[in-house]
Design a protein around this ligand. Structure first.
Ligand code: COA
Length: 174
């Protein structure tokens, strides 16, 4: 792949589900059954706009996805959780995760502006396993997120909760 410019991020559609299921299965161990994973994605898709998926495409192929979840109501000062992000193992360390976060936040800002003109993204919550150094770097480098708490033995071990607040988010390109 010649640089990140050829990546395109767009809202996920129904016909992207098989691709994201494949990426999930090569990225996570929480669910092993393809059928269960598919049901999980379909269920979350139905929760739009509270839950919003975006996919990254490279030459028409889905190579990553991100799931955002709005917390605590449709508030003017909106709070979102970056619930899940994964990039096809063949395409990691090429800036795809960064593009997924930055470009999907662009979509979320447009969505919020249309929903409530005075709204703004107050805070982003994100968490990952304490052993997941790639996720830590991604959240720190791209979101400016900082470690806030540790939840003992959440999924498969301790989970670190990171928070990104306005002042770091505002540094993101518009
Ligand atoms: C975490 C993940 C999404 C990162 O995606 P990616 O496309 O490889 O990340 P990028 O290439 O955009 O890197 C973004 C930043 O994170 C850092 N980073 C990413 N992977 C890293 C790694 N393995 N080690 C160290 N730093 C890493 C990069 O240095 C980069 O910072 P920079 O742009 O300032 O140099 C990817 O590794 C993945 O899918 N992992 C499995 C699923 C997962 O653990 N998801 C997170 C929990 S939900």
């Amino acid at each position: 792949m010649s640089g990140v410019v050829e990546i395109y991020v767009k809202p996920m559609e129904q016909n992207d589900i098989d691709d994201v299921v494949r990426i999930y299965l090569s990225s996570f161990k929480g669910m092993r059954s393809e059928d269960l994973v598919k049901r999980w994605f379909e269920c979350n898709m139905k929760a739009y706009p509270r839950m919003q998926y975006f996919v990254a495409l490279y030459r028409g192929r889905v190579i990553g996805y991100i799931l955002w979840v709005e917390k605590g109501g449709f508030r003017e000062e909106s709070v979102w959780e970056l619930e899940q992000i994964a990039v096809d193992p063949e395409f990691r360390r090429l800036g795809v995760g960064r593009r997924l976060i930055e470009d999907s936040l662009g979509y979320l800002k447009i969505y919020l502006d249309e929903r409530q003109p005075r709204s703004r993204l107050k805070l982003i919550l994100v968490s990952s396993s304490s052993s997941n150094e790639a996720a830590r770097r991604l959240y720190e480098n791209v979101l400016g997120a900082r470690e806030e708490a540790v939840i003992r033995d959440l999924y498969r071990g301790d989970e670190i909760v990171y928070i990104a607040r306005y002042y770091t988010l505002e540094k993101l390109k518009q």
